[in-house]
Structure formats: C-alpha cells, structure tokens
Design a protein around this ligand. Structure first.
Ligand SMILES: NC(=O)c1ccc[n+]([C@@H]2O[C@H](COP(=O)([O-])OP(=O)(O)OC[C@H]3O[C@@H](n4cnc5c(N)ncnc54)[C@H](O)[C@@H]3O)[C@@H](O)[C@H]2O)c1
Ligand SMILES: N[C@H](CO)Cc1c[nH]c[nH+]1
Ligand SMILES: [Zn+2]
Length: 429
C-alpha cells in the first residue's frame, strides 16, 4: 500500500489519488453492457441462457429454482449457519421496521387537509452478487425491507450455482421467484422481461462494474426499470488518529479489499507512524488471507494518506465520499456531525465494518463511486412510493380561492382559474 503526504501533492495529484479505479475503462464497459442488454431484449431466454453458460458456466438449460430446491438447500445447511442467518435477518428487520412511516396529516388552512401516504412498489428485482463470493447477506439486506414494505413480487437473480445459504435467506424474506442468472444479462432480463422472467418495476442490489453499468443503462430508458442506486465495487475509508490501533485498521481495510480486485481502501491519518505500522500490519495479515490474491490487487490500488490534522482528514473524506467510513479516533462522536458524505459510518475501535455487512441491523447496500454525496444508503423508503392526498371543505375552498385564482391568472392559465371560480359561483348562489 503506497503512502503519500497530502500536503506535498499538487491539486491535480490529489484529485487523481481520490479517483475510483473501477471508472477507468468506462467507454469499453458501456459498449459491452449495451450489447448484452440489446441481445437480451431481442432474444430473451435464449440469450440469457447463452450468456449464463458463457460467463457463469450454467449446466443444463434450466435457470429457474423452486420450493423443492429451497427445501433441499435448507435440509443441507447446519443449524449454526441457519441460526446466524436468522440473527442477521431479525436485526435487519428490527432496524427497517422502525423506518415505517405513518400517514402524515396536516390541516394547512381551515378546511384544507393534506396527507402523505406510502404504497409498496409492486414488483422488485433483487440482484445478489455471486461472481467472486456468494452473498446471502445481500439477500437479507434487499429482501427483508421488500418484505416489510409489502412488495408483492420479490424476484431474486444471482449467478449460478446458488449457495444453499442464499436460498435459505430468500425463504426467510418471502422471495417469490428465484433465477440463477447474473451479470448485465440478469439486470436486462429483470428490466425488460424474457419469456420466463416477467419484468419488474425496480431493481435493487449491488454488483460489479458490469451489473452497475447495466443498472445505469436500464434506468435511463423509459422502457426499462427504476433502480436503487449505483452500488458498485466496495470502498472503505478509515480516519485514524495517533491512538488508533494499526492492526484494527489493517483488518478493516483488508475486509473490503477481499471483495474484489477493484475494491478501494484508503487510510487517512495525521500520524506518519500509524500509517507505517498499518502498512506492515497489512503485509502480515495479507500473508494468511484465503483471498490473498484478490486482496493484494485491491491493496495495490489503495493508499495511505498522511495529512495535517483530523480536520483535514475530515475534508479529504468528505471529498472522496466513501461507501463505508470508519472513524478510529479518541472521540468519534465529536467528529460524526462533520462527516457529510458517507454511506454508512462506523464509530470507534469496537465497530468493525463487518458488523454492518452482516448483522448490526443497518443496510449494507450503499452508494459507491462518490455517489454518497447525493444518494442514501438503502432503506425501507426505497421500496415504497410516496403520494399525497388533499381534501377541501366548502369553507376550505373559499379560504384558498383568492390565492389560487390570482396565481392561475398570473400564469395565464384561465382553465385552472375557472375550475375554482365555477365552484365559488355555485357556493355564492
Ligand atoms: N456497494 C455495495 O453496497 C456492495 C455490496 C455488496 C457487494 N458489493 C460489490 O459487488 C461486487 C460483486 O461482484 P462479483 O463479480 O463478485 O459478482 P457479480 O454478481 O456482481 O458479477 C458477476 C457477473 O459479472 C458478469 N461478468 C463477469 N465478467 C464479465 C465480462 N468479462 N463480460 C461481461 N460480463 C461479465 C458475469 O455475468 C457474472 O455473472 C463486488 O465488487 C463487491 O465489492 C457492493
Ligand atoms: N461490504 C459489502 C458492501 O460493500 C457487503 C458485504 C457482504 N458480505 C460481506 N460484505
Ligand atoms: Zn464486505
């Protein structure tokens, strides 16, 4: 992991340092994904099968899983892992149930009542990554809120072979359809439909750059589907002060580095000594990692930034806008209100990022590529739509009529004005 001194860099070098590696080959990626989407739209199931055999080594011609598959998977699993999945599910349910929104009702003027209601999105696609590691935890993060919101069709897609843990988690979340297809082709199938997979209204879930680019393209097309957010390759930024534990920091950086070669991990610290000790901890912890090869590539793209002070560390973090932000400082709660752009924040030495990945209750589907400047972490609100209701009494209309008619006249929209005056004339008769 390279170490740099922030103050010694030019502003161009600083910008380059904080750029995402996954964005590097954007035009090649755009064309590849556009071609996959176009083939799925034209050839449906046949193209889906071809791609799934080519990229994901599907055996046979069936990519639909059913209840018998779920029952067999459940029977194969040990109680220990089933219990762990249940704990994670219950934690996520608790935190997301608390996000339910009551109807908001306000009488904005006597006789004028306005309400805000929510309604579940009817059909949702849940993309569960599976290229590099099968992620049953992502089933919980997308499936549990969909279930709580009351979505009626929960359609899960993940590259084959589907791990037993994925099928078990899907059954807890009330997933209604499961297909063993992945990548951009799965996103295209969810967005436009094929003979087997009916299109959904909105697609959720993270994925690699092919998946994320496919989500971007289908969401830009009127005929496509809505999406949750750009949730691409994992990122973590750690802010550590001179008392931070380098072994803890290294373990947190490696936990995200092992997701993929394009993960990005950054340490920002005012302490050159913490930076140096973290680098040597990374080397020793890497040596015994099962996914060493992957993590090593990600660490090669990563950086340790030595900055002036904690204030500057906060500025760098806000500028980078990480998916995950870990704060290992003496008083992390003092810093937290100044952290403007992050998907999920982990405060203090005893809050490793892994707890949010699995079971604290927060959602691990989070914006990447700097989109935490404008997008939120996944929550119950993403699975519902808001709509408003208003009802006026006769007196309510009398009270509001002068403002509405004058505004309508000012806009030159006389039919709007007439819809009010026609009623007032009747009332005044
Ligand atoms: N941001 C978040 O909230 C979040 C959460 C969990 C995981 N993640 C990220 O999700 C990603 C998961 O990636 P993954 O690769 O393991 O699984 P994935 O399921 O996203 O991608 C695998 C698919 O990519 C497609 N693919 C691979 N090579 C291709 C090629 N050359 N051309 C066309 N398609 C190709 C294949 O179809 C395959 O099914 C990781 O980067 C991880 O960091 C992000
Ligand atoms: N860290 C990932 C989000 O970027 C989520 C995850 C799933 N399993 C382990 N981690
Ligand atoms: Zn993770």
């Amino acid at each position: 992991m390279q170490t740099v001194n922030w103050e010694q860099l030019t502003s161009d070098q600083q910008a380059e340092l904080l750029a995402r590696p996954a964005m590097a080959d954007s035009s090649g990626l755009t064309n590849t994904v556009a071609e996959i989407i176009s083939n799925i739209r034209q050839q449906g199931d046949q193209a889906l099968l071809d791609y799934t055999k080519r990229f994901d080594k599907l055996e046979g011609d069936n990519f639909t899983l059913n209840n018998t598959d779920i029952e067999a998977a459940t029977a194969r699993l040990d109680d220990d892992i089933k219990d762990a999945i249940k704990v994670a599910y219950q934690q996520v349910v608790k935190f997301h149930e608390a996000q339910q929104q009551d109807v908001i009702r306000v009488e904005t003027m006597p006789g004028v009542v306005c309400e805000m209601h929510t309604q579940a999105i009817e059909s949702v696609g849940l993309y569960i990554p599976g290229g590099s590691a099968p992620l049953p935890s992502t089933v919980i993060m997308t499936g549990a809120p969909a279930q709580i919101a009351g979505c009626s069709r929960l359609v899960l897609c993940s590259p084959p072979p589907l791990a037993d843990e994925i099928l078990y988690a899907a059954s807890l979340c009330g997933v209604t359809e499961i297909y063993s297809v992945g990548g951009a082709q799965a996103i295209a199938a969810l967005a436009y439909g094929t003979e087997t997979i009916k299109a959904v209204d909105k697609i959720f879930g993270p994925g690699n750059s092919f998946v994320t680019e496919a989500k971007r393209q289908v969401s830009n097309d009127f005929a496509g589907a809505a999406i949750d957010m750009p949730a691409g390759p994992s990122e973590v930024l750690v802010i550590g002060d001179e008392n931070a534990d380098p072994a803890f920091i290294a373990s947190d950086l490696l936990s995200q580095a092992e997701h993929g070669h394009d993960s990005q991990t950054i340490l920002v610290t005012p302490s050159a000594s913490v930076a140096a000790q973290t680098a040597s901890e990374i080397d020793s912890q890497l040596a015994v990692l099962e996914r060493r090869e992957i993590a090593e590539k990600a660490i090669a793209n990563s950086v340790s930034i030595v900055c002036k002070d904690i204030q500057q560390a906060i500025e760098i973090s806000n500028r980078y806008a990480p998916e995950h932000l870990i704060v290992q400082t003496e008083n992390p709660r003092e810093i937290q209100p100044h952290l403007k752009n992050a998907g999920s924040i982990f405060l203090g030495a005893w809050t490793p990022e892994s707890v949010g990945d699995y079971a604290s209750g927060t959602n691990h589907v989070l914006p990447t590529y700097g989109y935490t400047k404008t997008y939120s972490s996944l929550g119950l609100a993403d699975f519902v739509k808001r709509y408003t209701v208003q009802e006026l009494t006769q007196q309510g209309l009398r009270n509001l009529a002068p403002a509405v008619t004058r505004l309508a006249a000012a806009e030159g929209l006389t039919a709007h004005k007439r819809a009010v005056t026609i009623r007032m004339e009747k009332l005044d008769k």
